[in-house]
Design a protein around this ligand. Structure first.
Ligand code: ATP
Ligand code: MG
Length: 565
């Protein structure tokens, strides 16, 4: 179970409190998370999950997982399974597991009930004609020529629609509401369409399928949902939601409440577009660590705690806005800083030979695993005559202010000795430095000297003889623009893809203990950032690490800047 701190107050919890104060609902607060299994869940869904499950937990109520599977052409079992896995991984467990398709028979009977009451009719008009007659908000729509069709005739046609007597798209069932309503959703919305498609659960049992609006509120009513929380784009569907419950004379009336969707900078959340990235192999799959999907974030090295904290802190609002992705990263760093063991990894290795250190000698240095967590203990780091340091930690002609290794300069090797650069070895062909020669001060063992002399630079390192070869994958934003989601819906949004969103480093050297890293294990590579062993590709004999997030805290910096200005 996730240890969620009580969430901050928001208008949804205020509504629930007011409902409870009025004595409602008798059976306790009941929410649901209703994904359509037409893709993998993303960080926006995580907000909805944390909200729905979080509220149920806080109020001692229940939260169902309900697959909103009314559109067979786009839905797949793979998505159903990934959604269950992601909800569990986030730390939640559902009370009931349902599918809108469980209610197809009931929904069908309710449709017949509406026809019998004169509140629904079969319309033979072509789809374009129906949408033309629906009109625009400023002007009343045009009633369909089939609007006054006698209920008996509609009932007969509707039954024959179900029996498969008519081709796809030839007829629909519409509610008979108000063709003059300023809300277009109320202008005789479609309830059923004919679509021959094999459903991932009901197979070929049905060739007519209910529309979202006809399924959602009724599913809520069947399950005894008290507060049906959804995103703002459903606000003007609410009158329809209520109309169905009323017209069907349902005893239980769930209440729909809308909140603002989460948008993140440099991130695209539309499932349709994410699917396009997967299909066109622009990313390696739904779980590509650059994807905003829960499975992508998991593989990137995100923790469920960081995502829950993020969801909680951004809160719930009535107005859409975009959250800086740097804030998500801030929540992640905060969590990883507490948990991730510190290790040394050299991403761009440069060989260092300590010429006055015995050839065959090895010694070990104790190193703290996590200064933030004394319980994390220490490990022993092997040290020898030949080491690797980060290439950027050496400069032959150091610019002003460069305090790391350069000819004649002394630095500290983290946890080990002071070393001084005494020379370099070059590639005879290119003249590039291929190796740095150093001497060490045996007195500086453990990082200090008897004379108390100070050095300005400290480098991380690994012993060449003990180092493990590793591949490291560095990630950056998938998009170059802060607001890619606002681009027009043609091919152009893909022009905003960041060509440098993935950089693969094949020749990294990491400390020997990392050979034992389990897939998914998280680390802070000293001075580099947080990394995790890749869930798919990491092997003991071929370690692969993903950079989860850099150490540089852009969010905290931005906060300071705002405070200073
Ligand atoms: P998308 O537009 O990304 O395809 P969707 O809304 O169609 O998403 P659903 O599977 O229908 O996806 O969503 C399940 C639930 O998650 C709904 O209640 C929906 O409102 C909520 N949800 C989806 N995206 C977000 C988001 N960005 N922020 C908050 N809640 C979201
Ligand atoms: Mg949807």
């Amino acid at each position: 179970m996730a240890d969620i701190q009580p969430s901050s107050r928001d208008f949804i919890r205020d509504i629930i409190d007011a409902d409870l104060a009025r004595g409602l609902p008798a059976h306790g607060v009941a929410t649901r998370f209703p994904p359509e299994p037409n893709g993998y869940l993303h960080i926006g869904h995580a907000k909805s999950i944390c909200l729905n499950f979080g509220i149920a937990r806080e109020y001692g109520g229940t939260c169902n997982l309900r697959f909103d599977d009314t559109n067979p052409t786009k839905e797949e079992v793979e998505y159903v399974e990934s959604i269950m896995e992601d909800v569990r991984w986030l730390g939640f467990s559902w009370d009931g597991l349902y599918y809108a398709s469980d209610y197809f028979e009931q929904l069908y009977r309710w449709a017949e009930f509406l026809i019998e009451k004169g509140l629904a009719y079969v319309d033979d008009s072509p789809a374009e004609e129906i949408s033309r007659m629906r009109g625009a908000p400023a002007m009343p729509g045009t009633p369909s020529p089939y609007r006054e069709r006698p209920p008996r005739e509609s009932l007969d046609l509707f039954r024959r629609m179900r029996a498969g007597e008519f081709p796809d798209g030839s007829r629909v069932l519409r509610a008979r509401i108000d063709m003059a309503s300023p809300n277009l959703n109320m202008r005789d919305p479609v309830l059923y369409r004919i679509r021959r498609a094999t459903h991932h659960r009901t197979g070929d049992d049905w060739c007519i399928y209910p529309m979202y609006d006809f399924a959602h509120g009724q599913s809520d009513a069947i399950e005894g949902i008290t507060h049906s929380i959804c995103t703002l784009e459903f606000e003007n569907h609410r009158p329809l939601y209520d109309w169905f419950l009323e017209a069907l004379e349902l005893p239980h009336r769930p209440r729909q409440i809308e909140f603002a969707r989460l948008n993140l900078t440099y991130t695209m959340m539309s499932k349709r577009r994410l699917l396009e990235l997967v299909r066109e192999k622009i990313v390696s799959g739904w779980d590509d660590p650059r994807m905003p999907t829960i499975s992508g974030l998991r593989r990137r090295g995100y923790t469920p705690e960081a995502i829950r904290t993020f969801a909680d802190r951004i809160g719930v609002a009535k107005v859409n806005s975009t959250v800086d992705v740097a804030f998500l990263e801030f929540c992640l760093r905060e969590d990883l800083n507490r948990k991730a063991p510190r290790v040394m990894a050299v991403l761009d290795p440069l060989k260092v030979t300590i010429t006055n250190y015995p050839e065959d000698k090895t010694e070990t240095f104790p190193a703290e695993n996590n200064p933030e967590d004394p319980a994390a203990g220490t490990r022993l780091l092997p040290f020898g005559r030949t080491l690797y340091i980060e290439r950027e930690d050496f400069h032959e002609n150091p610019p002003r202010g460069f305090f790391r290794l350069s000819p004649g300069k002394e630095i500290r090797l983290k946890h080990a000795y002071y070393i001084t650069c005494t020379g370099v070895v070059r590639d005879p062909a290119t003249g590039d430095v291929t190796e740095v020669l150093c001497s060490y001060d045996p007195e500086s063992r453990g990082g200090g000297t008897p004379d108390g002399r100070k050095v300005k630079g400290t480098s991380h390192w690994v012993s060449a003889r003990h180092a493990v070869d590793a591949e490291v994958r560095l990630y950056d934003h998938l998009f170059t623009q802060p607001d890619p989601q606002n681009t027009p819906d043609n091919g152009d949004w893909k022009d905003l893809l960041n060509p440098a969103s993935l950089q693969v480093l094949k020749n990294c050297k990491v400390e020997p203990g990392l050979r034992e890293a389990a897939p998914g294990a998280k680390f802070q590579f000293l001075r580099q950032g947080y990394f995790c062993a890749d869930l798919q590709d990491h092997r003991r004999d071929r370690p692969v690490f993903n950079r989860t997030v850099t150490l540089r805290d852009t969010w905290a910096k931005m906060q300071n800047r705002t405070r200073e200005s």
